[in-house]
Design a protein around this ligand. Structure first.
Ligand SMILES: [Zn+2]
Length: 240
């Protein structure tokens, strides 16, 4: 089975290629390309969160705990609140991820269970989509796809490693087919996974619709502002 180093190398290479390609094609701002590349790289260790205490668990949970509140900031700021409340909310999110998620993972995650599956990759992408609030819908799709790509890179690497070259051609290990899969052995894990997928999918679709509408309104306003650049033409006169 490929270790932490192989996974992070694989997903980093894919992430850099993905970011560079997007930057080359245009449309996506360079900073978003960089964020996408970074998230793709990090997403490459997400599936191994199920492998118990170790570098993937410790590092990715710590990383998520730090980055998620920052990514959520634009959303939190939409609800106007004093800066004290903002700090408390961010600290709360940090603690919830750092300790809550670690607890849940240690309690329920089974190695090569549903964490190593295609729906899990979709869940990771949808979560990234919902967390990353951006005015431009295309940037959100780009960042969410980066996470899915990194996640899938991990699954594919796991599968590649389960085929061993023996003396008489390729030999298939027992772990073959346990990474890129749609259903696991545990019924409850399958149900939870697909339920989560449906809920997050529905949230993402409604959020995307709002996002697209706002983006259209914003574009129309910008266009109008360009058409009438000197509005208001004269300073209004106020009588004293
Ligand atoms: Zn793995």
């Amino acid at each position: 089975m490929p270790g932490f180093r192989e996974h992070i190398t694989g997903s980093t290479i894919v992430g850099i290629s993905y970011g560079t390609a997007a930057w080359y094609v245009g449309e996506i701002p360079p900073l978003t390309c960089l964020l996408g590349a970074g998230l793709c790289s990090v997403a490459g260790m997400l599936p191994d969160l199920d492998s118990g205490p170790g570098i993937p668990l410790r590092e990715s949970v710590a990383f998520a705990a730090a980055v998620v509140p920052v990514m959520l900031l634009p959303r939190i700021q939409q609800i106007s609140m004093p800066s004290e409340a903002l700090i408390l909310v961010c600290a709360g999110i940090y603690l919830a991820i750092r300790f809550g998620v670690t607890y849940l993972l240690k309690q329920f995650a089974v190695h090569r269970g549903m964490f190593h599956s295609v729906p899990a990759a979709a869940i990771a992408g949808l979560t990234a989509f919902l967390i990353f609030a951006s005015e431009e819908p295309i940037r959100r799709y780009f960042v969410a796809s980066a996470v899915v790509l990194g996640f899938l890179t991990h699954l594919i690497l796991d599968e590649i490693w389960s085929v061993k070259l023996g003396m008489f051609g390729p030999k298939i290990k027992k772990s073959f087919g346990t990474a890129v899969k749609f259903l696991g052995n545990e019924a409850w894990a399958n149900i939870v996974t697909y339920l989560l997928l449906i809920i997050l999918g529905a949230l993402a679709v409604s959020d995307a619709a709002v996002n697209e509408n706002l983006s259209v309104v914003r574009q129309q306003m910008e266009q109008a502002a360009r058409q009438y650049p000197t509005y208001p033409t004269t300073q209004p006169l106020y009588r004293r």
